[in-house]
Design a protein around this ligand. Structure first.
Ligand code: AMP
Ligand code: ZN
Length: 140
């Protein structure tokens, strides 16, 4: 998907409406149209990047620096006890809109939200093998 067909780029350009709550030169935060809970916010870079790894550290920092304040505002606004920051990359991860976005999802103890967090265990030595692969990948 290119910038011209991207729904979030259209929101940034003012071509389709959104309930904006914050913006600066690099960042826009607006209410998610399909909330997992009331107050569910999306925080996006104003430049079009499909996935996080396309962004420079500086561009990521310019967006994520706002997360603590926005998280606090979400908690205050809907009396949440906590929140999840969720950021999906690629269709397999659940990403439906291919423009980088951070979800801020307010949580209360009784909300019934959750994950299938099927934690497994490494076979003997496999964890160290994976560690080495990760270190090599970081050197590439
Ligand atoms: P993801 O599955 O991580 O790509 O999440 C995409 C999110 O964008 C979903 O939570 C949608 O509800 C939300 N969304 C899609 N279109 C709009 C829109 N026009 N305004 C606000 N939120 C939207
Ligand atoms: Zn876009």
């Amino acid at each position: 998907m290119s910038e011209s067909t991207c729904v979030f780029c259209k929101i940034i350009a003012g071509e389709i409406p959104a309930l904006k709550v914050f913006e600066d030169d690099s960042t826009l935060a607006f209410v998610d149209i399909g909330p997992l809970a009331e107050g569910h916010l999306l925080v996006i870079p104003k430049e079009h990047y499909e996935v996080l790894q396309e962004m420079s550290p500086e561009a990521v920092a310019a967006v994520t620096r706002h997360l603590p304040r926005l998280g606090r505002a979400v908690m205050d606004a809907v009396s949440a006890e906590g929140y999840n920051v969720l950021q999906n990359n690629g269709r397999v991860s659940g990403q439906e809109v291919p423009h980088v976005h951070f979800h801020i999802i307010p949580r209360i103890a009784s909300d019934g939200l959750g994950y299938r967090w099927n934690a497994s265990k490494y076979e003997d030595g496999r964890d160290k093998e994976i560690q080495q692969r990760l270190i090599r990948a970081l050197q590439a």
